[in-house]
Design a binder for this molecule. Structure first.
Ligand code: DGJ
Length: 724
């Protein structure tokens, strides 16, 4: 990994793992994108004029020459008002009311270590290039940060904007990046969805003009994930170039791809600028969130593996990356709000001894009247009556059975019918003269205010201090509405959505940071806030409230586009109505992530217990591959009757395949699977078969696998290298 600057040609080269990124200070002083993609010769990039075309070129300010027009280059940060008509990444309002901006290169530096962003999560990293741009006429600066890695085919970028003038300015757009891509023959791949059906794949051709995905919900949301990939026509799962972007951000966002008239493409995005205006007082800075940009010449799968490597090596809390994850039993699907101490004990007892090592008590344990969604939220004290006298009873019971104890919170919410709301109605987000929107009968707490964050953190840290709690599930069950805070004056109200994210990160620091020995899992009605910023705090996130194995093949497939399997909590649940999926299938699909159980184990028979034990032994055999392996998606459940995930260890000595067939149609009892990513020379023992096979055979001739003769059937296959 290295960053070079050629002072003769004023060209920057960033060489990362299997990628080159290059840009240049143009003759007129603008920072021009040259190239991003597979490594290519530096010599071919630095020299020569930057070319492009426009029907009626507009010159750069004060440069009446056809040589100096913006369409002659792709910008590293696009801006509006002075001749560039492409999608801007930044828009400012100056004190005179003009929106003119003209950012020129001033200087650069190469830092030995990647600086963290103040108040926001980001990947760690080493050598980092910072390029300082400025518009001296209006007193405005932009610092662009670039980091490359030798263990992941990604670069990270971000921007910091500073008011260098003596008067306030307003940012009406403050995206994180502009990224040029050569050519415009791309398809766009994005992830859309909703509650219980998160992260479906959608592939659409890029057109001339701007394609955009976004969230206006104050959360990254399950509607559209802050992820987008650009795939040249013909790129498939394992072949061709793939470029992906993923924002390290949890609030309203936007990502755009613009097919330019020049024949190239410009990507941009960051904080949602609809309903956004940020006041920058003199000397103040605005930090835009980080974007992770992945490149692979091994198709969509290679791009996903690049993101997975980056997140495991540089984002997810270090101590969780290699360690066994808790295998939980969660009571939610078994009881909802209706439980008492005896029921909880029976659930814990029913599954104890199977290998499940953590009992998680979900919603309904707190306040004196949390019997449904209408009341009690925000009152973080145990309902002693419901818990048979004390929360300690169930904790001690669970600990005595050798299991850890986990508990559920929804720190950001309150019910109108709660002590918290009655005492502090102003702590809920909303306008004092308007009725608020309810969602799941809840309001959200105004995390933009420090005193509100302190109140929540004190309450939750108090519980974590007073009881022996090993695990926390942090839920979040609605979108942000009524964006008004009594804590800000009128000219700062349009800062709300971003300030909510900053408040959330601060709250995570206050609670997660204060409890280093507690394992924190993220959740947002399932996967409605599944983004890299959350992975900075939560090593795993409850992927979806939909635990049906068939639905999960699609949800987990879509989620894996950007996020590693270890980040997905996947539980075995009871068969869903109308879909009597086999227990083995449910376990096999739930094993493709941080596994656990979400069912009424108080009704377990000895046979159920023995089955669960057997399944957990199977999981333990593949656990390291789930945590650290390379993922190959061999069958796509969106476009076929099959789903398959193959996990291969980095040293290629082990692999695990899970193949799922949705609908049983005779005579389709068998399927030939061609493996990927193995070492062609290595000889592999195939569990359950007598004859070992070489990687070359498994990848070319493949292996014929038989599936049970029913719908929603799975077969798994474990490979281990035979050392010769
Ligand atoms: C939504 C979560 O996704 C569920 O797992 C459960 O925790 C409920 N909230 C509880 O209200």
């Amino acid at each position: 990994m290295s960053i070079y600057y050629n002072s003769e040609s004023c060209t920057f080269f960033l060489d990362g793992k299997n990628l080159t990124y290059a840009m240049k200070v143009s003759e007129s002083g603008y920072l021009a994108h040259l190239y991003f993609g597979a490594p290519i010769a530096h010599d071919d990039l630095g020299s020569g004029r930057i070319t492009g075309r426009d029907a009626i070129p507009t010159s750069m300010p004060g440069q009446d020459s056809p040589k100096y027009n913006y369409t002659h280059y792709l910008p590293e940060l696009s801006f509006f008002g002075t001749g560039d008509f492409r999608e801007p990444a930044i828009q400012i309002q100056n004190p005179l009311g003009d929106r003119l901006c003209d950012l020129l290169y001033r200087s650069h530096e190469i830092l030995p270590k990647k600086p963290a962003i103040t108040g926001m999560p980001s990947l760690d990293g080493g050598e980092t290039l910072v390029i300082h741009l400025a518009d001296l006429a209006c007193g405005f600066g932009a610092d662009l940060y670039y980091t490359v890695y030798d263990d992941a085919s990604v670069i990270t970028r971000r921007a910091s904007f500073v008011n260098l003038s003596k008067e306030p300015k307003r940012l009406t757009r403050a995206y994180s990046f502009s990224l040029g891509l050569a050519g415009n023959d791309y398809d766009i791949l994005s992830l859309y969805g909703g509650w219980s059906a998160e992260r479906n794949l959608e592939r659409t051709p890029l057109h001339h003009g701007v394609f955009s995905i976004d969230s206006k919900r104050g959360s990254s949301s399950s509607t559209l994930n802050p992820f987008m990939a650009l795939l040249p026509e013909g790129t498939t799962e394992e072949h061709g170039n793939a470029y992906g972007v993923n924002l390290v951000y949890s609030s309203s966002f936007v990502l755009k791809a613009e097919g330019l008239p020049s024949g190239d493409t410009l990507l941009t995005g960051g904080v949602q600028d609809f309903d956004f205006c940020w006041k920058l007082d003199p000397g103040e800075s605005f930090e835009a969130p980080e974007v992770v940009i992945a490149y692979s010449d091994k198709g969509i799968g290679g791009m996903s593996r690049a993101f997975h490597d980056a997140y495991r090596n540089h984002l997810i809390p270090k101590k969780a990356v290699r360690a066994s994850r808790p295998i939980v039993i969660n009571n939610w699907e078994a009881t909802s709000f209706s439980f008492d101490l005896e029921k909880l004990k029976a659930i814990a007892d029913g599954i104890s001894g199977t290998g499940v090592d953590t009992f998680v008590l979900d919603d309904g344990w707190f306040s004196n009247h949390r019997e449904d969604e209408y009341s009690g939220m925000g009152d973080w004290f145990p309902n002693d009556q419901k818990l048979g006298g004390s929360l300690k009873n169930i904790i001690d019971f669970v600990h005595a059975r050798g299991m850890k104890f986990g508990i559920w919170f929804e720190p950001e919410s309150c019910n109108e019918d709660s002590e918290t709301y009655r005492t502090h109605p102003d702590y809920a987000i909303g306008h004092p003269d308007r009725p608020r929107c309810y969602s799941r009968h809840e309001f959200l707490m105004d995390l933009t205010r420090k005193e509100v964050r302190e109140y929540i953190a004190d309450a939750i840290n108090g519980i974590l201090r007073d009881y022996e709690i090993d695990y926390v599930k942090w839920d979040f069950n609605r979108s942000v509405t009524d964006m008004y805070s009594i804590g800000r004056d009128s000219e700062r109200q349009a800062e709300f959505a971003h300030r909510y994210a900053l408040g959330l990160y601060d709250l995570c620091d206050r609670i997660i940071g204060a409890n280093p020995d507690v394992f924190f899992e993220g959740c947002a009605s399932g996967g409605a806030r599944f983004d890299p910023a959350m992975l900075f705090y939560f090593p795993q996130i409850w992927t979806s409230d939909n635990t049906d194995a068939d639905a999960r093949t699609r949800i987990q497939y879509g989620t894996s586009l950007a996020y590693p399997l270890s980040s997905m909590s996947c539980h075995v649940s009871s068969p869903h109505d109308g879909n009597p999926t086999a227990t083995k299938t449910r376990a096999d699909i739930a094993h493709l992530g941080a596994t656990g159980y979400e069912l009424d184990s108080s009704e377990f028979t000895d046979e159920d217990r023995a089955t669960a034990k057997e399944h957990i032994i199977e999981y333990k055999k593949m656990e390291e591959l789930v945590l650290l392996g390379d993922l190959y998606r061999l069958d796509d459940p969106f476009g076929s009757n099959f789903f398959s995930f193959l996990l291969v260890s980095k040293d290629k000595s082990r692999a695990h395949l899970t193949l799922y067939r949705k609908s049983y149609r005779e005579p389709a009892e068998t399927k030939r699977v061609r493996f990927c990513g193995l070492d062609p020379q290595k000889l592999y023992e195939i569990e359950g078969r007598e004859t070992p096979l070489h990687g070359s055979t498994l990848m070319n001739r493949g292996l014929m696998l038989s599936l049970p003769a029913h719908d929603c059937a799975t077969v798994t296959c474990h490979l281990t290298e035979i050392y010769q």
